[in-house]
Design a protein around this ligand. Structure first.
Ligand code: ATP
Length: 361
């Protein structure tokens, strides 16, 4: 069982600015008082009681911590320490200063496939490492792929957010409904037994978006997106893929495969000719092909807009509920917690699938 320190985190770290927010708390800059080193602190709210629906089960946080403790890789966010108080757990993690990979790319004028592949390789290195340890991330998406330092000549990819990750035990069947609709594989929607291959599907979707600025299965609604995924309803629209090499399309096609056992593994990806060309002709093709930057920028701007819209709506809902609870009086505290959580998870099917709904047998 993961050991969480009982010290007051504020005695050892000075708490600084908010770096980001998730469904269960905030990530803030924290400075270690003893050394002056700056880290990130992920503050996760714990459930207050068995009946409370707000916050995370301690067991779920333990799972995230145990997984992070077993992963030491250049392309995976590192974990330093864990503190626990009555209401929350604080993970002291590696500070990642470079922001999201997609934002970094969107700032560029153009990008060849060869340059994009340098990032893909690092994502695959990190994923291959965790898969070798029988760990699947289950929430790979642009928001969870960050850069150590965007001003470095060759910035390192850092994969973050292991809140939905799972370590497979031999003979165990694991099912989960967690994930973000655009990026999840058909096996998740169909509630079938899962494997590390689910991450490879997400990498296929991420690569497709990176090259074209289109999301392969995106529908008008989440229901439509999920239907498109199950029906394998995607194509390489020539208008958006005119600058894309055939090797890149082949790479994606070998990942967006319904049968998990037939999908390329991370190790196979690393030796696919798009990633590791076999001859000069293949190298030249990659250099001549580029990502559809105009459309990619549009995709990224829409994505950021949606993220801030979701954040503002969540804040508004929370404020409305607080006012409502104040009017009801302090004895309704527990009820407030349940309701605010219901609001958060009940607005759209996407959030129904959001997180930590899983079963093992
Ligand atoms: P979710 O609701 O998506 O599961 P979460 O509560 O598990 O989120 P994270 O996704 O881990 O939280 O982090 C939320 C945000 O905080 C991230 O999107 C990112 O912007 C920022 N963040 C997370 N980890 C770090 C880090 N190590 N360094 C800098 N910023 C970070």
């Amino acid at each position: 069982m993961a050991v969480f320190k009982l010290d007051n985190v504020e005695d050892l770290y000075e708490i600084g600015n908010v770096l980001g927010s998730g469904h269960f708390g905030q990530v803030r800059e924290v400075q270690e008082r003893a050394t002056g080193t700056v880290w990130a602190g992920k503050f996760l709210k714990l459930k207050k009681g068995a009946g409370s629906r707000l916050g995370l089960e301690r067991k779920s946080v333990e799972k995230e911590v145990e997984i992070l403790q077993s992963l030491q890789h250049q392309n995976i966010m590192g974990l330093k320490d864990v503190f626990e108080s009555r209401a929350e757990v604080v993970l002291i993690i590696e500070l990642i200063k470079g922001g999201e990979l997609f934002d970094f790319i969107a700032e560029k004028e153009n990008l060849t496939e060869t340059e994009a592949i340098e990032f893909m390789k690092q994502i695959l290195d990190g994923v291959s490492y965790m898969h070798q340890k029988n760990i699947a991330h289950f929430d790979l998406k642009p928001e969870n792929i960050m850069l150590s330092d965007k001003h470095a000549p060759n910035p390192d990819i850092k994969i973050i957010d292991f809140g939905m990750a799972h370590r497979f035990i031999q003979g165990e069947e694991y099912k989960s409904l967690g994930g973000t609709p655009q990026y999840i594989g058909p096996e998740i929607i169909n509630y079938e037994p899962l494997s590390t291959a689910a991450d490879m599907w997400s990498i296929g979707v991420i690569t497709y978006i990176l090259l074209s600025g289109l999301s392969p299965f995106q529908g008008e609604t989440d229901e439509e997106t999920l239907r498109n995924i199950v029906a394998m309803n995607y194509e390489f629209e020539p208008h958006y893929f005119s600058q894309t090499s055939n090797m890149a399309k082949d790479f994606i096609q070998k990942l967006l495969v319904k049968d998990q056992s037939q999908r390329m593994t991370a190790e196979e990806c690393l030796v696919h000719p798009w990633i590791k060309p076999l001859n000069r002709t293949q190298i030249a093709k990659r250099n001549r092909s580029s990502i559809n930057m105009k459309n990619f920028k549009k995709f990224n701007a829409r994505r950021k807009w949606k993220m801030s819209f979701n954040m503002v709506s969540a804040c508004n809902r929370f404020c409305r509920l607080q006012l409502l609870c104040k009017a009801r009086g302090p004895e309704q505290q527990e009820l407030r917690d349940c309701e605010s959580d219901q609001e958060d998870t009940g607005t759209k099917p996407a959030s129904l699938l959001r997180r930590r709904l899983s079963s093992s047998s």
